[in-house]
Design a protein around this ligand. Structure first.
Ligand SMILES: [Zn+2]
Length: 198
């Protein structure tokens, strides 16, 4: 039964379909004025929120040289996992080498994307997207692909890219139909943010 644009609960699929076409008149029937809006208020976009969150996650990194963060969101834009580059779970975080010198840290460090995939509470990450602070290394890309993620958005934090990196990168994303996009837009300025006590 159509009630001036509104639908009964058992017609929820149709109602969902119709939601975007509701007009002010539909609400006026219920006595709700749509004039009481602050149009100056601007919401952040999902991409802004998630990419900013990835940069905040990076602040938890154990690595003193390069800090990366990653956030995985599902088809409803809900966060299903997150991670940063850090030591293996249960490591001696305060003792292990966290600097590039000597190369010892690499034996114990897990990248942000892999941590985020490993810690996800759902096994199948198909239809999920991952936001990463930098372009994933090819090792992480294999994990991302294997878990079913086909949309990757990355930020401007660099990492060491060895010879043949981009060739392999292109092969992986083309062969598995992965969309990889450099983020372009605003994010929160994490480095200048001030921590306050509340
Ligand atoms: Zn990686």
């Amino acid at each position: 039964m159509n009630m001036g644009g509104f639908y009964l609960p058992n017609q929820s699929v149709e109602a969902e379909h119709m939601a975007s076409s509701l007009t002010s008149t539909d609400f006026e029937i219920l006595g709700i004025s749509t004039k009481h809006r602050n149009e100056k208020y601007k919401r952040w976009s999902i991409d802004q929120i998630m990419m900013s969150t990835a940069y905040i996650m990076a602040k938890g990194s154990h690595d003193s040289d390069t800090q990366h963060g990653a956030v995985i969101v599902d088809e409803n834009n809900h966060i299903v996992s997150s991670g940063f580059n850090g030591f293996l779970k249960g490591s001696a975080d305060d003792i292990l080498p966290n600097a590039r010198l000597g190369g010892h840290k690499y034996k114990f460090m897990v990248h942000a994307e892999r941590n985020a995939c490993d810690q996800a509470t759902r096994a199948d990450l198909s239809n999920c997207r991952i936001f990463v602070t930098g372009v994933p290394c090819n090792d992480c890309m294999t994990t991302i692909i294997n878990r079913g993620i086909r949309i990757v958005t990355y930020g401007d934090v660099g990492h060491v890219q060895g010879e043949g990196f981009w060739e392999m990168h292109k092969y992986l994303i083309n062969a598995h139909n992965v969309s990889v996009t450099k983020y372009s837009g605003q994010i929160i300025n994490v480095d200048n943010a001030v921590l306050i006590s509340i």
